[in-house]
Design a protein around this ligand. Structure first.
Ligand SMILES: Nc1ncnc2c1ncn2[C@@H]1O[C@H](COP(=O)(O)OP(=O)(O)O)[C@@H](O)[C@H]1O
Ligand SMILES: [Mg+2]
Length: 404
């Protein structure tokens, strides 16, 4: 809310100043800027700005008040005009609304008699409510349209080899396959391999984008994406590690701004740990997908990662915990995971030889081996973001408990 309603009272020639002043509300959310005895002076005051509403006092023969109303409504659409009308009921309210007034409060004709305290109170509350409603309507009508903001999933993991790229690329492919508009950004700036994993040809990278100069907008970005056959578009990581240093955090932030305005889903693959780009990613992301593996050392790191997110003030509701290489041989149960990390896993991806094969063949497992355990777990994860009914992996027990 933008502070008190700054209100100007402008009186038409025939208006009764006392009758108008008697009903002006004295409440904190309405600030009376002034009362002018002429509409012309009122017009000048309006031109000086910083006024939210004009109360036009008028009586019979309100033509001047109506053209004033029309002028304000045309020139100052952010400002609400209301009429305080004391006169014979001659259809003025309808004409006033047609001229652009937000509301008309009809004052009694008192012939110089002051209104009773009760009448005054009733009218001033009526004026107050009319003002509040009118200004709220104007503010809504003239507010800048909300920029569409895409969902941004940051795929993080404390260690290399955990499965971040598997998860990020699978999410991008599964969401695109479901018809969503998706961009995958490989922010593993030194050793990013999302493009390779998806079998994309070497093409322009984020490094080329940074060094191209000029301002960043969606049209320009489009030239730097490579489109996977699922429909997901990918902004690839620099081709060589030494190029990573050119990709500054400020650039990454403005990239996120542009992407969030133009895309439905932005998936970020990242490098291990909390580098400056990863921190900027966490700040901009709507969702965090923390990927860890199931062994004692990795679980400790995952727990530290989750604690770091908590210290950064990330709402736990925004985080999903994904455990990769989760299978019966590791001797750690879902309960152990819960006990160590303080939360249950949202998805469990089993180890599977087809994962490595799909990566080597650059055919994403979610679409090339859709019936495999990892593909089902990864699709369920994607569905959980889409809001579709999706249990992460069912039944969880079996994944860990088989053979015990
Ligand atoms: N569930 C899994 N089963 C078998 N191999 C996997 C699994 N998850 C990942 N891998 C393999 O492990 C390697 C590292 O995975 P990757 O997603 O690149 O990790 P990160 O991006 O975290 O470094 C890849 O070669 C991948 O094929
Ligand atoms: Mg990776």
């Amino acid at each position: 809310m933008a502070g008190p309603i700054r209100t100007l009272v402008a009186l038409d020639a025939g208006a009764d100043r006392d009758a108008v002043e008697a009903v002006l509300p004295e409440v904190p959310d309405i600030e009376l800027v002034g009362v002018t005895d002429s509409l012309d002076v009122g017009w000048q005051e309006l031109a000086e700005g910083a006024i939210d509403a004009v109360l036009v006092g008028c009586a019979d023969d309100a033509d001047g008040a109506l053209s004033f109303t029309e002028g304000v409504a045309g020139h100052y659409p952010e400002q609400a005009v209301l009429l305080l009308y004391a006169g014979s009921p001659n259809g003025l309210p309808g004409r006033a609304l047609a001229a652009g007034a937000e509301d008309v409060v009809v004052l009694p004709i008192t012939d110089g008699e002051p209104p009773s305290p009760a009448e005054r109170e009733r009218l001033s509350v009526e004026v107050q409510l009319a003002l509040e409603k009118a200004v709220a309507r104007r503010r809504r009508a003239t507010a800048a349209p909300r920029v569409a903001q895409g969902r941004m999933i940051a795929v993080l993991g404390p260690k290399g080899g955990a499965g971040k790229t598997l998860v990020a690329s699978s999410l991008a492919v599964a969401l695109a396959d479901a018809g969503a508009r998706v961009v995958l950004v490989d922010l593993d700036l030194q050793f990013g391999d999302a493009g390779l994993t998806l079998g994309l040809p070497p093409a322009k990278t984020i490094y080329d984008l940074v060094t191209s100069g000029g301002s960043l907008d969606r049209e320009k970005l489009a030239d730097y994406f490579v489109t996977h056959h699922s429909g997901a578009r990918v902004l690839q990581a620099p081709a060589r590690p030494d190029q990573a240093a050119s990709v500054h955090v400020d650039f990454v932030r403005s990239l996120f701004d542009v992407l969030r305005e133009s895309e439905d889903w932005i998936i970020i693959d990242s490098s291990p740990g909390f580098t400056p780009e990863v921190i900027a990613t966490i700040d901009a992301a709507t969702d965090i997908c923390m990927v860890g593996t199931v062994d004692a050392a990795a679980l400790k790191n995952t727990k530290l990662g989750l604690e770091t997110l908590e210290l950064m003030g990330v709402d736990a509701q925004r985080i999903k915990l994904v455990l990769n290489r989760a299978d019966s041989r590791v001797g750690i149960t879902p309960e152990d995971v819960h006990a160590v990390t303080g939360r249950p896993a949202d998805a469990l991806i089993p180890s599977h030889r087809d994962v490595a094969r799909s990566v080597n063949e650059a055919r994403p497992i979610v679409t090339s081996q859709p019936a495999s355990g990892p593909a089902r777990a990864l699709r369920a994860l994607a569905n959980s973001y889409l809001g579709a009914e999706a249990r992460a992996v069912a039944p969880r027990r079996r994944l860990f408990g088989r053979g015990r």
